[in-house]
Design a protein around this ligand. Structure first.
Ligand code: FCB
Length: 457
């Protein structure tokens, strides 16, 4: 991509954040009595992780929490998005919770608060306890109950200092990649048989929201991964394929939360969702903010007749790409357009939080200065797109960079570097990249322009 930094200042009204997730940074996977998760099972499958790595030591963050907090504080962000792994807290997927693990996250919360950063945890970033998966995982309605109980256990320990929570990260990825095609844990290949996992995750979120609110939490939200779907060709077949993909990736997850409805799957010949009783009413009232993760648009074409899935994802013609290659094309206007589209479809849209946005680019493994101009250009253009969406009336209130640190990218292992901070995985050494200083300065400028406009108002 040709680095181009937009001239417009960043939106003054935004709060700023950076994100990580537990498995991707922590290492020490079973320290303090931590239990087994579906990712331990995935890592154990031969050939499953692209570079043969495990998520240990990753960034060694379980032991180097203070280094991470210092990096977060140095950026000047308002909040830090990190995740708490269910299998560490409830190794058996139920019960009162593992005190040592809860103490650890309590120290993380205290450390952030002492550094002037608001902790903003995610309760589920894909680490389902293996025992819960053995009982059916997200295909099993009971998992929603289990999750609400887990949320209550965490809130009982941290809720005196944490007021805002993300419940579930990107349920679409769990449904599509985890259960439908198997590119993420638990590696199931159920195709449309995976659909119940969409409903059960939303139900789990609703139950967790009820538990958190009952314990005095101020705001609860779920974070969906959204994409902007483009038909490859302007034909009836490709438009239909794009519509179906849009439904599976986006609308299956946004509509129940934002409008209390579900897309009509049966008219498309797909199985109905296992909705029972007042499920939809519970889901509809369950978000105080709506999280949107965005990385790239998706181009779709109709699959050959008789294929098991009627659409196929193909490279988007004519766009620059990130470290993932044609799978992750760069199109910042897609973020603006999808935010405006979401707002138009859902007039009662709550405040929006961009929970993740960022890119990997090929960068050196060993420590040293990284002049990541491509990342700066990517982030700047997407922040600018958020500004355009705000001008068009979308109530975005926070923007989050993925990621604070280079980390372990699921089945891609250590092959993709997304960090503002370079991590040498052999030594754990952290070195801020050029993008770290750029983001820090952008936040400082945006904050001072907010102060100036507040003072002159
Ligand atoms: C998102 C995940 C996050 C990270 C980024 C690159 O889908 O939530 O953990 O892997 O992609």
């Amino acid at each position: 991509m040709t680095p181009h930094i937009p001239d417009r200042p960043a939106p003054a009204r935004l709060r700023w954040s950076a994100a990580t997730s537990s498995l991707q940074i922590e290492g020490s996977r079973h320290a303090d009595g931590g239990g087994r998760s579906i990712w331990d099972d995935e890592i154990a499958k031969p050939g499953r992780i692209r570079d043969g790595s495990t998520a240990d030591p990753a960034c060694d963050s379980y032991r180097r929490v203070e280094d991470d907090i210092a990096a977060v504080a140095g950026l000047g962000v308002d909040r830090y998005r990190f995740s708490i792994p269910w299998a560490r807290v409830q190794p058996d997927g139920r019960g009162r919770g593992n005190a040592a693990a809860l103490d650890h996250y309590s120290r993380v919360v205290d450390g952030l608060l002492a550094a002037g950063v608001t902790p903003f945890p995610t309760l589920y970033h894909w680490e389902l306890p293996s025992v819960v998966e053995e009982e059916g995982g997200w295909l099993n309605r009971d998992t929603a109950e289990r999750f609400a109980e887990y949320a209550a256990v965490v809130a009982d320990r941290l809720g005196d200092r944490v007021s805002d929570w993300y419940t579930i990260n990107e349920p679409a990825m769990t449904t599509l990649q985890g259960y439908a095609v198997g590119t993420l844990a638990p590696g199931r290949q159920l195709l449309f048989g995976a659909l119940p996992t969409a409903h059960h995750q939303l139900l789990a979120h609703a139950g967790a929201a009820e538990a958190l609110r009952a314990r005095g939490s101020a705001r609860v939200g779920l974070v969906n991964n959204h994409t902007w779907v483009l038909p490859l060709r302007d034909t009836e077949e490709d438009r239909r394929a794009a519509l179906l993909y849009d439904l599976m990736h986006n609308r299956l997850f946004s509509e129940p939360l934002l409008s209390g409805t579900t897309p009509d799957l049966e008219t498309l010949g797909l199985p109905a969702l296992p909705v029972v009783g007042d499920d939809l009413a519970r889901i509809a009232g369950s978000v105080d903010f709506y999280g949107v993760n965005f990385y790239n648009p998706t181009t779709v074409t109709a699959a050959a007749p008789g294929a098991a899935i009627p659409f196929e994802i193909v490279p988007t013609p004519g766009l620059p790409v990130t470290g993932f290659g044609p799978e992750w094309p760069i199109m910042p206007s897609a973020l603006r357009d999808l935010l405006i589209d979401l707002r138009a479809r859902h007039p009662r849209m709550p405040p929006v939080i961009i929970g993740e946005n960022g890119a990997s680019f090929p960068e050196p493994d060993t420590a040293g200065p990284v002049d990541d101009a491509d990342r700066i250009a990517y982030l700047a253009a997407h922040i600018d797109a958020v500004g355009e969406a705000i001008e068009a009336g979308v109530p975005v209130e926070e923007y989050t960079v993925w990621s604070l640190l280079d980390n372990w990218e699921w089945t891609d292992g250590y092959t993709q570097r997304f960090g503002l901070v370079h991590v040498d995985f052999a030594t754990g050494a952290r070195t801020p990249k050029a993008s770290y200083g750029w983001y820090r300065d952008l936040i400082a400028r945006a904050r001072s322009s907010r102060r100036t406009s507040a003072a002159s108002a």
